[in-house]
Design a protein around this ligand. Structure first.
Ligand code: GDP
Length: 614
């Protein structure tokens, strides 16, 4: 029973907008395959992404779930939803032959899933549309079907893809059918059979010697690094001695310590890596994405698939502000370092190095969003830390300063297009092509990674939340010069204490406030925005003199506008290089790097003279 025939395997990716029922669906499929029957308690739902991913509507790591059904294996691979993960999406698409599009029967397809679906269609995958939650009030499955077909047209689906099978049902109630009126609402069988019937078996050759391309990296507490990928030929099992053909041409021999199959309960000891199956293999400590595993030393390495290089770096440091330790429980440099080391093990797209100063770490990643997710997770775990504005990783080639550039895709309503074009021009982006679709305008641009920082926020503002974007690393090219996107200065507190209504009222005449009366503030904290490009020192903690009877009650009648609340992502993209975000479990503050005004002046003068010398 161990040897799995390639034609019994189906590999599919799953695309779903958050909350449309992906987790429930995969769970029910596992259950239908009997995964939960004989095993102990299920500790973790198969595709239960972190709460945070849920909240943000994204999935960070692609995971694999294997469903055994009727002597078949169906591997379902999750796709990341956010723009920072374009490369990972492409790697997933190369491993699979079909794609599940899960759509809510009331809401219909959502903008955020368009880019991933577009890639899936362009890759020639066979789609299966799953219209979920037909039990919902106001469910409108046939309208949703039309919406999906319209989307397929927009995304230039082939004729064959346009004929994709549709299944309607309810993951919660455990049934799917091809025809909602005629078919009996019974179980998951029609959907499982649909996968077997409409998705081709993987292309793989069981007769040839074992080869696998590493498409992702996972981490297991017992065996360490796990290489995930599709077996292209042959088979391998625990105990086999195999070769790792590395990117640099070197070869390494090691024993397979475990073959992972991602069912409901972590892995099957007896799993065999058979041709066409998607498995995890442990035994190599230093294995990386794009490398080949092979039984034969002289095997041809598989064509290398690119991993997006980290293009952005941010500094994490201990909270050295006056409120340090008030809110969080992990505040030391060691605690932060250990936490980051742990992250690096499971999150291959993040790199951590020590900065020049003690207690400061450089965290490199594919995008600001990715790092923001990490900071948010750490806050929830009780960490306090300071984070800098993201800066891009530059290189020198033949004495020329080079920086990363990306291909940026934007879709927005027509009336937002003018604003978007203007913003892209400010950011020194070059529009390569434009078009239209059912949702409005589309455009593709080449822009520096630096130019993308903060653009998503602007796009959402310009398009009342309807614009969407995605970006993919393109190349390193000559630095394109200064880009200034923030045209405002800071209102800086000159004192530490409790912010008073009395003193905030006159400050609102200067600009927008980030804080409300009653909040604790400190010297050097940025409490608001000056519409002009200079920093202003203000005193928000001054109390009204008690003798001043005349104006008593007057300031109480003035209502302050609600403070401008910035989320973490927005805050890190908003700040300038000489500013920091203080992230603690319950507070987000923006501050000057140097809190004391005199020292700040001195360090400004120093950095100016450094610039003058360059
Ligand atoms: P995910 O974010 O796509 O993984 O979605 P989940 O599987 O976590 O489901 C999101 C919410 O939708 C949960 O509250 C589910 O209980 C609910 N849900 C899932 N399937 C159905 C369904 O068929 N009908 C209804 N009414 N709710 C469902």
């Amino acid at each position: 029973n161990q040897y799995l025939m390639t034609d019994k395997i189906r590999n599919i990716a799953i695309i779903a907008h958050v909350d449309h029922g992906k987790t429930t669906l995969v769970d029910k499929l596992l259950e239908a395959g009997g995964a939960y029957a004989e095993h102990q308690q299920v500790t973790e739902r198969a595709m239960d992404s972190m709460d945070l991913e849920k909240e943000k509507g994204i999935t960070i790591k692609s995971k694999n779930t294997s469903i055994h059904w009727n002597d078949h294996i169906i591997n379902i691979i999750d796709t990341p939803g956010h723009a920072d993960f374009g490369g990972e999406v492409e790697r997933v698409m190369k491993m699979v032959d079909g794609v599940f599009l899960v759509v809510d029967a009331y809401e219909g397809p959502q903008a955020q899933t368009r880019f991933v679906l577009k890639k899936a269609l362009a890759e020639g995958l066979h789609p299966i549309v799953v219209v979920n939650k037909v039990d919902r009030d106001f469910a409108r499955p046939s309208e949703v079907r039309d919406m999906v077909l319209e989307l397929f047209l927009d995304l230039e689906a082939s004729e064959e893809q346009f004929e994709a099978p549709f299944f309607y049902g309810s993951a919660k109630n455990g049934f799917f059918v091809g025809n909602l009126e005629k078919d009996e609402h019974k179980d998951m069988t029609p959907l499982l059979q649909g996968i077997i019937d409409s998705v081709p078996a993987p292309e793989a050759n069981a007769e040839e010697p074992f080869r696998m391309l590493v498409s992702n990296i996972d981490w297991d507490n017992y065996v360490g690094r796990v290489a995930l990928g599709k077996v292209l030929s042959g088979e391998a099992k625990k105990g086999d001695n195999i070769w790792l053909l590395r990117k640099d041409g070197t070869k390494l021999r090691s024993k397979i310590t475990r073959v992972f199959e991602y069912g409901a309960s972590a892995s099957e000891e007896s799993a065999i890596a058979s041709a066409g199956n998607i498995v995890g293999i442990s035994g190599f400590e230093d294995i990386d994405i794009g490398e080949t595993l092979a039984i034969k030393e002289d095997a041809e390495p598989l064509p290398f698939i690119d991993i997006d290089p980290p293009t952005i770096t941010m500094q994490f440091s201990i909270n050295n502000g006056p409120f340090n330790g008030r809110d969080g429980k992990h505040v030391t440099s060691r605690a932060i370092r250990e936490r980051l080391d742990r992250e690096v093990k499971t999150n291959i797209s993040i790199e951590v190095t020590d900065a020049e100063h003690a207690g400061v770490f450089n965290v490199a990643a594919r995008g600001a969003m990715q790092i923001a997710v990490l900071v948010e997770t750490m806050r929830r775990e009780g960490f306090e830390l300071l984070v800098s504005r993201p800066s891009v990783i530059t290189k020198r080639v033949d004495d020329k300063l080079m920086e990363p550039f990306e291909t940026l895709y934007v879709e927005c309503p027509d009336d937002a297009l003018g604003g978007v074009m203007k913003s892209l021009a400010t950011r020194k982006g070059r529009v390569d092509s434009m078009g239209t679709n059912a949702h409005g305008s589309t455009l593709e641009a080449t822009i520096s990674t630096r130019g993308i920082i903060g653009f998503e926020f602007e796009l959402l503002n310009l398009s009342s939340g309807h614009g969407i974007m995605s970006h993919l690393f393109k190349e390193y090219a000559p630095h394109c010069g200064e880009i200034v996107t923030r045209k405002t200065g800071a209102l800086i507190s000159m004192a530490t204490g409790t912010a008073m209504q009395y003193s905030l009222v006159p400050i609102t005449e200067r600009g927008k406030l980030f804080i409300a009366p009653g909040e604790e503030v400190y010297e050097g904290q940025i409490i608001g925005e000056n519409p002009r490009l200079v920093d202003l020192s203000v005193n928000p903690v001054k109390e009204k003199a008690l003798t001043n009877h005349r104006s008593a009650g007057k300031d109480n009648t003035v209502t302050l506008p609600p403070p401008l609340a910035m989320g973490l992502e927005r805050a890190i993209e908003y700040i300038n290089a000489d500013e920091l975000v203080e992230a603690t479990p319950n507070f987000l503050r923006i501050r000057k790097r140097v809190l004391c005004p005199n020292e700040r002046k001195r360090s400004e003068r120093q950095s100016k003279s450094v610039e003058a010398n360059v």
